[in-house]
Design a protein around this ligand. Sequence first.
Ligand code: PGA
Ligand code: ZN
Length: 412
Amino acid sequence: MSFLVESVNALEILDSRGRPTVLAFVRVNGREASASVPSGASTGAAEAIELRDGDPQRYAGLGCQKAVAHVKHDIAHALVGRSFTTQAELDELLIELDGTANKSRLGANAILAVSIAFARACALAEGMALFNHFAKIAGTTPSLPQLTVNLFSGGKHAGGQVSIQDVLLVPSAATKLEAALEQVVAVVRSAQLLLKRKYNERPLKADEGGLAPPFGSIEAMFDDAIHCIEQAGLSAGQDMSLAVDVAASHFYTDGRYQLDDRGLSSAEMVSRVKSWVDNWPIVSIEDGLAESDWENWPSLRDALSPRAMVLGDDLLCTNPDRIRRAIDHRSCDALLLKVNQIGTITEAAQAFKLARDAGWRVTVSARSGETEDDWLADLATGWASDQIKVGSVQQSERLAKYNRLLRIAQSL
Ligand code: PGA
Ligand code: ZN
């Protein structure tokens, strides 16, 4: 089938932090679709560049009018009237049109919004659900991912009251999505009660809706999580396990990990992370070391794998070159896939395939700044990712994805 692009347009909208982002519209074979893109706060240094206006008079410099103008002019001019037979043909044209290694000219926000809106318009033109269309692109068989749901937040998403970024719930025994969500919500409810009782706090929420009381320590955060699981009538380690996003790049300075009130060497950091996996039912450790600490990642993997997944987020930035390096060096055994770190569906599919071919697991992830768009649920299911990481069950930009998964589950 051939897909004729008839129109391309864009609008500046706001994300879940009230910051501007890009919504693109693409019309293909008489069917128009739109898509909006997310934005990170604890970003990796090797991510594709989100183009921001830099005008301090508007949204503190974070406006996206330039990116929107690039969609309306440069990109529309290059695409309208052209036919494509694959997503890759469109994405390659966008990459060429941008002409930089990190998409800094047109902006990864402009490029990705168009890439996804095109995919959605093609799916409509084919009369196909978006997840099936994504599966066609990657040559995968759709299947629902396991949930990993943000319970507690720290780090850059919560004002740094503890150094690490997320403690997530992993409903490991539930075989049905509906049951998994119900269990997660029960644990979040018991956490809200705990906050009032133990910290005398209203349930203040961090960027992804995680609860963020003033934990006494990282270890206290894990103990509280286990307590909440048990209070919900579930068995920790069997019904419900934990995953941790350490986001260690963000407290790594001058070669030391600034945890608690002292700086740890890389070897000490590996031992500390290992002690967490030894003492709590933690099945996944994301960014247990910093993105630049390449030489110590293999020892982290040796210490944790296969008990816990060794997941690379900032380390890999969904970038095929960095993933190849990590495979060669045995740095980790799982990819955190965030499409906007690389900027097109086609490059994200390459990253996905590299990881899969190396026998790695894949977690498809949202960003801390999100919109109500739900394409991520279709992507995670279409590509049969092992897990999805969307944030908490307390904010609509997160629930849009969970609710879309429920609808997909019904149709699978
Ligand atoms: P970010 O955080 O979207 O702010 O980068 C998510 C993560 O680190 O996994
Ligand atoms: Zn992360």
